[in-house]
Ligand binder design. Sequence first.
Ligand SMILES: [Zn+2]
Length: 92
Amino acid sequence: MKMYKCPHCSEKSISIIGKATMNIKYRSKCKVCRMYYGPPYRYSALLLLFICVIFTIVYILKIESWVKVGISIVLVAIYYAFNILVMPIVKK
Ligand SMILES: [Zn+2]
């Protein structure tokens, strides 16, 4: 599995799941140097805001509930994919 570099020690200690689940509130800990890392605050806030806006719009719309659930799952997938593919890892 692909591993990502820790911003502190440059060891490839961050798993793809660790990177996908990064968020503003929670600081993750490097397994090698025990220092904290996470997503940059601004990017992460913007991504979260974007997801929240879409969620709100979807729930206001009068569409069938299974469609809403489907869109929610897609949004979560987008969040994880964005974290893995785009989000840089920074020191916390
Ligand atoms: Zn480290």
